[in-house]
Design a protein around this ligand. Sequence first.
Ligand code: GAL
Length: 416
Amino acid sequence: MTMMRKLHLSVGVLALSSGMATAQEVEVLHWWTSGGEAAAVGTLRDTLAEGGITWQDMPVAGGGGSDAMTVLRARVTAGNPPTAVQMLGFSIQDWAAEGALANLDDLAAEQGWGDVVPEALQAFSTYDGSWVAAPVNVHSTNWVWANTAVMADLGLEQPESWDDFVAAMQAAQDAGLTALAHGGQAWQDATMFDSMVMGVGGPEFYQASMVDLDPDALGSDTMVEVFQRMETLRGFVDDNFSGRDWNLATAMVINGDALFQIMGDWAKGEFVAAGMTAGEEFTCFRVPGTEGTVTFNSDQFAMFNVSDASAQEAQMAMASAVLSPEFQVTFNLVKGSVPARTDIDSSDFDMCGQMGMAQLAEAAEAGGLFGSMAHGHANTPSVQNAMYDVITAHFNGEFDAETAAAEMVTAVELAQ
Ligand code: GAL
């Protein structure tokens, strides 16, 4: 029996057993609009269609999801929430605290989610001991993506240290290429910042500054050095970086116009969509200095409270499909992320996916797994936005590194 067919049956059985009488539909709000992301959405839409559930698409472009969250707030305020919403970390907790999310406990118990979803994810999928979201993946932000032909042309090996990494970018720049493909949007600046904090300060500093929000750490010399590394990166982006979407930056690496991109593994979805293979036409490695650690984010689907019984059944069928082992493989191969379950075999995954799965498990074991600040898993949305503002203002030359560290202390204090 094929994977799709098995899933079809399980979603269908769920629909039947709950007495499906009318056509079921889910309206899904998400921000998966790039080529790789859209392909991943397609796998979910097709899977649900096999179970007789119609997908009403509500895409809100904008990596990192800030714009999607603004639209969501407006929809809920107008009394018209979407049935299912892609959501990250602390946003899930905020909506659950408002009492807006459907309880998934019965389904979770029936399917044993508690035994297979990693604890670091459960911290966000559950609120007050109840399941309020179904995780579809684990992404991580501390990756570098590279075009292997460009590396070979420049005579470069994979950089093993921060100095090597800078030297490689210098070689690309000297050869007239863009060394670092980047889009100047606050969330992309913050995505690189995650790795600079981890790379300069290590896990304890990441915890103290990004998670515990310790003012001494936020304003420290270590933080000044973090901002200095951001200045180094700034020196390697091209003149047109401002406002560029992340997937267009990935395309620069794909096309051989740029050497590296520092980005979460959703970038892999773009390489795969372009027909490239990990370990052949492109490669991935951890941002030098962050090896052994993983800064993660997990896309989850939260179901908003709705009164219509058929809509509720469709929500449960969707949550069930999202966490099914077969679907976790199908989806994550396309998305670039790794499964949100610990019981999935990695053999179907490519080199980067296998590294991602092994490193996630190792980091979790060794205390090296941390929520990504840039993607809403280290602190609340208001603190995250305050950090974004400082990071972006600094990246665009408004502050020097010392001022930026001092501004972090003030901005975070005001946001709490
Ligand atoms: C992240 C999200 C990923 C990817 C990325 C760029 O926040 O977790 O799934 O979509 O944004 O859009």
